[in-house]
Design a protein around this ligand. Structure first.
Ligand code: NAD
Length: 459
């Protein structure tokens, strides 16, 4: 394999040939990628199962299916998305025709995490290619089977000058980050996000950070508790709780806590049986290190359901924890596993005291039937995105931009927003030559009153 700096140099020089500016050229690769992905469906589903026993259904629902729909969307809309858009001219530019061009940044580095290893590597790759960039992708070193399949798919579809996958861990990532890219797209933890942002700053490279955080789930007493339990358990335990937007903890109105715990317990047992370890649908923790981290989080906590741990087999049972201390690691770190702390509130100040003492979350969920309560929560707290009366599903609408705020991330993507993210928005004014009023030229004497009037009429 060529060295990282050689690959980057080859991609930069290929980008200058202008071939990727041709929309049909990009489309030919997106179509080839679709064929290759469809041909590898079984291999992809098997790889995720080998990596952390993720069921085929969950992989199809939360990775394979979304990648295919993003590909279909890009293939269908690319010509429209890539076309310069005519924008209304201004009195100050008159006479002119004004446009917005979307141009590719150039050579893009994408660093992916392990938790949705296929989706979070392929989705940015698709939109980066659609926007006309060349790509170097580094998939996660923790999902070795999936990363190998991704590398093979990319090798089969793209020449190395357009897209390539470089596997490796921190060392490879560090070497990649030392290079000068035109754009960096990172998905992963907030801790590593800071390392990526610093590396990008060295070259003033624009960067998008898709990070994590502690996403709260607020439940008031106007709800149908059984329905809440159904939707909450689904969102919490999908992918074994290893989802960036998983509800991290619950803040329940205190008068429904008992009923809620009963409903959650019944729901978990209904979905995964009394021995979730034997369920074909319940994934494992990605590795022993993370299993130990999660078991440490449970130490000295008040476990009211679950709590079984098998570190050797990377298993943590779906677990409910009652009223953990707000200073505990469980309430300070992103949990990223099948553990659900349940806190309670009496007043709105109680909710504020919990949420405002933590960083801005990636998501926030509200279960309520009270319009004013929902409105107040949505307005009051800052978070990346959210759902009222369900969990996770905002990820499923490609028309909604997805991403964090503050320490849960910078920048948004999905669908057309992804195409825009990988494009430099370039405004162009085409000035008419038939009229050139002398107003803006010196001498300015006597013109300021007219200028004031003109500025009043600017739309
Ligand atoms: P991670 O930050 O440990 O790793 C992500 C990537 O960064 C990997 O490819 C890894 O090789 C690389 N990396 C790790 N350490 C590095 C270092 N010191 N220098 C340079 N690169 C390094 O994250 P993870 O464990 O793979 O994923 C879990 C985290 O990602 C969670 O915090 C989760 O919330 C977040 N996440 C966010 C989203 C989102 O869309 N916002 C999606 C999935 C996961």
């Amino acid at each position: 394999m060529n060295s990282i700096s050689n690959i980057l140099a080859a991609q930069k020089s290929f980008f200058k040939t202008q071939k990727t500016k041709d929309v049909d050229y990009r489309l030919s690769f997106l179509k080839a990628l679709k064929v290759e992905i469809l041909a590898n469906e079984k291999t992809i589903l098997d790889a995720l199962h080998k990596d952390f026993k993720k069921s085929k259904f969950e992989t199809y629902l939360s990775e394979f299916g979304i990648v295919l729909s993003e590909l279909n969307l890009a293939i269908k809309n690319l010509k429209k998305w890539a076309k310069p858009k005519r924008i209304k001219a201004s009195l100050l530019t008159f006479p002119s025709k004004d446009f917005i061009y979307q141009e590719p940044f150039g050579t893009v580095l994408i660093i992916a995490p392990w938790n949705y290893p296929f989706l979070l590597a392929l989705e940015p790759l698709i939109m980066a290619i659609a926007a006309g960039n060349t790509v170097v992708l580094k998939p996660s070193e923790l999902t070795t089977h999936t990363s190998k399949v991704i590398t093979r798919i990319i090798q089969n579809v793209f020449p190395e000058t357009i897209a390539t996958s470089i596997e490796g861990g921190v060392e490879t990532s560090t070497e990649l980050l030392s290079q000068k890219w035109d754009y960096i797209f990172f998905t992963g933890s907030t801790t590593v996000g800071k390392i990526v942002a610093k590396a990008a700053a060295n070259h003033l490279t624009p960067v998008i950070l898709e990070l994590g955080g502690k996403s709260p789930c607020i439940i008031d007493d106007s709800v149908n508790v059984k329905l809440v339990a159904r939707r909450l358990v689904w969102g919490k335990l999908l992918n074994g709780g290893q989802t960036c937007i998983a509800p991290d903890y619950v803040i329940s109105k205190s008068n429904i806590k008992k009923e809620l715990i009963q409903a959650l317990t019944a729901e978990i047992t209904k979905r995964y049986g009394s021995k979730p370890k034997e369920s074909a649908d319940f994934p494992r923790i990605i590795n022993q290190k993370n299993t130990i981290r999660l078991s440490e989080l449970l130490k000295n906590s008040n476990i009211i359901f679950g709590g079984d741990i098998d570190e050797n087999n990377c298993y943590i049972a779906p677990t409910l924890v009652d009223e953990p201390n707000l200073d505990s690691a469980l309430m300070q770190e992103e949990i990223f596993g099948p553990i659900l702390p349940i806190l309670t509130y009496e007043t709105k100040e109680d909710i504020e005291n919990i949420i405002w003492n933590l960083d801005k979350p990636l998501s926030l969920y509200i279960f309520s039937n009270q319009k004013s309560f929902i409105k107040e929560i949505v307005k009051k707290f800052s978070f990346g995105g959210g759902v009222v009366n369900d969990t996770l599903i905002h990820f499923g609408n490609h028309r909604l931009p997805f991403g964090g705020v503050g320490s849960s991330g910078i920048g948004k993507y999905h669908g057309k927003h992804g195409f825009d993210t990988f494009s430099n928005t370039k405004p162009i004014v085409k000035r008419g030559n038939w009229f050139d009023p002398s107003f803006r030229y010196a001498p300015y004497k006597g013109k300021i009153e007219l200028l004031k009037k003109m500025l009043k009429y600017l739309g």
